[in-house]
Write a protein that binds this ligand. Structure first.
Ligand SMILES: [Zn+2]
Length: 424
C-alpha cells in the first residue's frame, strides 16, 4: 500500500516537472558491423539514459541523445566498438528553448502563421475557424478520443462531387512537430491559394487530413518532455505510450527475412507495438477513415520527420511489393519536385531497405489491407546543409519545408495521373 502511494506520488511529481536536457549532446554514430548494431539495439531496449532517435540499421547513421553523466561511458563504448561518433548537437536544451521563442512573444494580431510552432489548442482552434470560414467545401469532425480524453480530428476538403481522394495523417509521432505544421500549411494552401497548380489539386481531389493523430503525445511534448514520441496511455507499471505507427493490423509484429521485428514488444521502448493490432484509440480513429471510405483514396501519405526520405511499402519485408515500379516512379516525381524548390534531396525507395525494418505502420496497412498502392511515409527536414536539429527543427524552417513538400505533392499528383490515378 505504502509502495503504491509512493508510486502515485512519483507520477504526480513527474508529470508536474518539465524534463530538461541541459548540456545533453546528440551524436551521430555510423553503424558499420553487426556487433555495433547489436550494441545500439541493446541500448535502445534496455537503457533509460540514452535516447536513440530512430532505430539503428547497418551501414547507416543513427542519432543518439546522450546525457552529461553518460559522456565518458559513451566515449568508451564507441571506442571499444570502433564506432565513428560525430557530435552534431552540443546542448539539446538550448535548441528546445530557441524553438519556442517566437511563440512566447505576445502577438499583436491573432493571425495564424507558419513562423512559429502552434500548440494543440491553437491548431484545433484554427481548424475550427477554417472549417467555418470555408464551410461550403471544408469540414472538421471528431473521429475518436484519446486515452486522456482529447478528440482526434479529421479535416476534409471537397470542392466537387466524384473526386478521387488523398488521405494524409500527421504528427502520429509526438515530437515531429514539423509534420503537423506542414499539414496545416497544406490545408491553408488548398483553401486559399490562387496558384493554378494548387487550385487544380484542391479542386479536383478530395483531401482527408488528420493534422494530429496523437494529440496526447503532442501536449506532452509541449508541457513535459519535448523528446516524447508515443501516445500517453499507461502500458506497464512504470511506462506510458504505444507507438501508433507500429499498432496497425497488416502484418503487425511480423519479422522480416532477417528476423527483424521492426517494432518492440517491450512497453517502455519507443517502438512498442501495443498489446494487439489496433489496440490504441489513435490507430482505431485512423482505421475508421480507411474503413468508412473504401475505394475512395488513390494516395495515402504519412507525414514524419526527419531525414529527407520518400518511403513506399514494404516496411515489414525486404521483398519488393508487386507495385514497386509504380510506387517508386511516383515517389521519384515527388523527390524531383521537392528538389527543384530549395535543393533538398530526398531518398526514394521501400521503407525496409532504404531506412529500416518496420511492422504495423500506417502505409503498410493502407497498401496491404486497403489496396492503396500509392502509400508513402514522408520524412521531412531535420539535419542537412541548413544545420543539424533532428526533431527540434527551428521555426524559420517551417515555411521552406512546407513549401517544398507541397511542391512535391503537386509533382506526385501529376505523376500519379499519368498512371491513371487521381482521375475522376
Ligand atoms: Zn515518425
Amino acid at each position: 500500500m505504502k509502495f503504491l502511494a509512493l508510486l502515485a506520488l512519483l507520477f504526480i511529481s513527474a508529470s508536474a516537472e518539465k524534463s530538461r536536457f541541459d548540456n545533453y549532446r546528440v551524436y551521430s554514430v555510423t553503424v558499420e558491423n553487426y556487433q555495433q548494431l547489436q550494441a545500439i539495439q541493446y541500448l535502445e531496449e534496455h537503457s533509460d539514459a540514452y535516447n536513440i532517435f530512430e532505430s539503428p540499421h547497418l551501414n547507416a547513421d543513427t542519432e543518439i541523445l546522450v546525457p552529461p553523466h553518460k559522456f565518458s561511458d559513451f566515449e568508451e563504448l564507441t571506442e571499444n566498438l570502433g564506432m565513428k561518433a560525430k557530435l552534431i548537437i552540443n546542448n539539446y536544451q538550448e535548441l528546445i528553448d530557441e524553438e519556442i521563442k517566437p511563440s512566447r512573444t505576445p502577438r499583436v494580431d491573432a493571425q495564424y502563421d507558419w513562423v512559429s510552432y502552434k500548440n494543440l489548442t491553437e491548431i484545433y482552434a484554427w481548424l475550427d475557424e477554417m472549417a467555418a470560414q470555408y464551410s461550403s467545401v471544408a469540414s472538421v469532425r471528431n473521429i475518436g478520443t484519446t486515452h486522456e480524453g482529447r478528440p482526434i480530428r479529421l479535416f476534409t476538403i471537397s470542392k466537387k462531387s466524384g473526386n478521387r481522394g488523398i488521405f494524409v495523417e500527421a504528427n502520429i509521432h509526438a515530437r515531429e512537430w514539423i509534420s503537423s505544421a506542414t499539414a496545416t500549411y497544406l490545408i491553408n494552401e488548398l483553401l486559399t491559394s490562387q496558384d493554378p497548380d494548387i487550385v487544380d489539386i484542391a479542386t479536383n481531389i478530395d483531401w482527408y487530413i488528420i493534422t494530429n493523430v496523437n494529440p496526447d503525445g503532442l501536449v506532452w511534448t509541449w508541457e513535459s518532455n519535448r523528446n516524447w514520441r508515443k501516445t500517453r496511455a499507461p502500458v506497464s507499471a512504470l511506462c506510458f505510450g504505444v507507438d501508433v505507427n507500429r499498432n496497425f493490423a497488416y502484418n503487425w509484429l511480423t519479422p522480416d527475412e532477417t528476423g527483424n521485428l521492426g517494432a518492440s514488444t517491450t512497453p517502455c521502448t519507443d517502438t512498442y507495438a501495443g498489446t494487439s493490432p489496433l489496440s490504441e484509440n489513435e490507430a482505431k480513429a485512423v482505421e475508421s477513415v480507411f474503413a468508412n471510405n473504401i475505394g475512395k483514396f488513390d494516395v495515402f501519405l504519412s507525414f514524419h520527420s526527419y531525414g529527407h526520405y520518400m518511403l513506399h511499402p514494404w516496411g515489414h519485408t525486404r521483398g519488393h511489393s508487386v507495385d514497386y515500379d509504380l510506387q517508386f516512379a511516383v515517389g521519384n516525381a515527388f523527390r524531383a519536385a521537392v528538389q527543384a524548390v530549395n535543393g533538398i534531396n530526398y531518398a526514394v525507395g521501400p521503407s525496409n531497405t532504404v531506412l529500416y525494418a518496420t511492422s504495423g505502420t500506417t502505409p503498410d496497412h493502407a497498401y496491404g489491407q486497403y489496396g492503396i498502392k500509392l502509400s508513402y511515409t514522408i520524412e521531412m527536414r531535420g539535419n542537412g546543409n541548413y544545420g543539424n536539429y533532428g526533431f527540434v527543427l527551428p521555426p524559420e524552417f517551417i515555411l521552406p519545408n512546407a513549401e517544398e513538400v507541397v511542391a512535391g505533392l503537386i509533382g506526385l499528383v501529376n505523376s500519379a495521373r499519368t498512371y491513371g490515378y487521381l482521375r475522376n
